[in-house]
Design a protein around this ligand. Sequence first.
Ligand code: CP
Length: 308
Amino acid sequence: MAIGSRLRHIVESQQFSRAILEEVFARADEMKSQPHHFSGRLNGQLMAALFYEPSTRTRLSFEAAMLRLGGRTIGTDNAREFSSAAKGETLEDTIRIVSGYADVIVLRHYEEGAARRAAAASSVPVINAGDGPGQHPTQALLDLYTIRDELGHVDGIRIAMVGDLANGRTVRSLTYLLSKFRDIRVWFVAPPAVAMRADLKAHLDESQVPWAETEDLEAVLPQVDVVYQTRIQKERFTDEAAYQAVKGVYRIDNRVLGLMRKQAIVMHPLPRVDEIAQEVDADPRAAYFRQARNGLFVRMALLDKVLA
Ligand code: CP
């Protein structure tokens, strides 16, 4: 799974060195400034998108990225129902078959660890597009790219991760990436029922990244450069009462925005439900739609790195 100058499978954020991150981001910068310059780069290559969970951004930005690079795509939404998984086929068998048809597989699955299992069964690169509450490394790459783009640097940032941190794969993947940078401070802002898991806190300790845990968002806001808000993931709760107990716990509106630094940004992997009020969208610090657009260029750069 180690990464040299060429990427093979993309399964988790821990794979990425700072050198590779800089290479991917430099490529994404080029693709953002001259998107049409790369239009024939992946001519003749085929991407298969296997999505066992719903998606708007990840699925469509990967497809758009492949098409903009001159490649083609096949795939299935709702693969749990519309692929032979519905007849009992294992993920490994599906991947063995699809890797005989396509040059790269983009996989979203509902089980943590599914991308690693798929990579082990595949003869072509597998890109993890989210595996249950595990990781979502390409989202983390576009998040990090956005921080660099918006603030001009990553070293030295103070960031609050807010919301459903127990189930939030984007927060996990982004935190792993941030731990590779200097002088980072992280606040985990969540109710105890959806607090960050112990493994990631242990990773920050090992990486000597200072972190704190609190339920008090308003106390943290004046101290940070980035507020990374997340949705409480209803679909991951087995108990409706447990979901209702934490639903709507943190909402960013214009009053809350007033507690933030003037140069700070609000990020969100999206989709949002009600955790960021629509009135916030007009504030220049609302970076989440720019963040989602960056996904196109970062995924173009990743496909280029994997396939070109
Ligand atoms: N951020 C993200 O993964 O969005 P989708 O679920 O729409 O792909």
